[in-house]
Write a protein of this length. Structure first.
Length: 309
């Protein structure tokens, strides 16, 4: 059994999304105080188009490039908070366009850089083909919202470390256990008044104290220089169990407009380095030899028609 096939990296945005979803009250209080240093000035009816490119590689050599196109408009809720309604119009992998289902084409994603808006992960059951662009885009918005909520100053060198550390679970179905833990390290790396841009670097890093209790003792042994912060146990069709532990990191770089706070571009480097075993029992005591694995995801979000960041 190969070690890679059981991974569910499409939930890259899960930790950030859950953290911000739990901060709704803080967002309302911040909105009541007025705009902070990082602020998105929305105009109702404003329209936009973005292209998200994902370069994926893994130990098993299954490399691919996925391109997804999204468009949307700015709307204003009854509470006076602005939000963006996105629709993903198409996606292709290695040059072959995917035939999206009617449910996927009719699905909508709601995002906002306004800290008064509660970000959340939408129902993905009817838009499974769009899980990656939906959750990956959410990650970038979550990073900026977190910086805005915390009042990070738009000054080069300003840094903020946000401890989160709680397990975020994607268990369900054949995935018996699946969770990761991250903290956030936010830094304003550049403010270019002449160009009218600011650059935010958001690192998602393993918490110093680790990530809850490992599903089995051998999974708790660090596979890298830090404590493991990613675990998954998945039941396989043949009745065996695929179990793995890893170090997971995200390195996001987001360029913002100083004029209105919109995202001008964003990139992500997401790496998962770990070890997996095939086990014959659910308690993970009767397992085969360990197999190393590494998965790398590189993302680029640009306005449609832009060639570089």
């Amino acid at each position: 059994m190969g070690p890679i096939r059981f991974f569910k990296l499409e939930f890259a945005a899960l930790a950030a999304g859950l953290l911000l979803a739990g901060c709704a009250a803080g967002g309302k209080n911040m909105a009541a105080r007025g705009p902070g240093p990082i602020h998105r000035s929305y105009t109702e009816g404003e329209v936009f188009k973005y292209r998200l490119t994902l370069e994926y590689s893994e130990t098993a050599g299954k490399d691919s490039v996925t391109i997804s196109d999204g468009e949307g408009a700015v709307k204003k809720g009854a509470d006076g908070v602005f939000y963006e309604e996105w629709k993903w119009t198409g996606t292709s992998r290695d040059g072959s366009a995917a035939v999206l289902t009617a449910d996927a084409l009719s699905s909508r994603q709601f995002l906002s850089l306004d800290p008064g808006y509660k970000l959340s992960i939408p129902d993905l059951s009817k838009a499974y083909q769009l899980i990656e662009p939906i959750t990956d885009t959410l990650t970038f918005y979550a990073d900026v919202q977190l910086a805005a909520r915390k009042g990070l100053l738009l000054k080069a060198g300003e840094q903020l470390y946000v401890e989160h550390g709680r397990p975020n679970s994607w268990a369900g179905g054949p995935t018996l256990k699946g969770y990761d833990c991250i903290d956030f390290d936010l830094t304003v790396t550049e403010v270019d008044r002449k160009a009218g841009t600011a650059t935010l670097k958001a690192l998602h890093v393993p918490p110093a104290h680790g990530c809850a209790e490992a599903p089995a003792p051998w999974l708790g042994v660090p596979v890298a220089a830090t404590a493991n912060n990613w675990y998954q146990v998945r039941r396989q069709p043949d009745g065996t169990y695929a179990a793995g532990a890893a170090k997971e990191i995200f390195d996001d770089v987001i360029r913002l407009s100083l004029a209105d706070g919109r995202i001008l571009s964003a990139t992500q480097y997401n790496e998962l380095t770990g070890e997996s075993r095939a086990c014959r029992d659910e308690q993970l005591t009767d397992c085969g030899a360990p197999e190393k694995f590494k998965i790398v995801r590189k993302l680029s979000l640009l306005p449609s028609g832009a060639d570089n960041i």
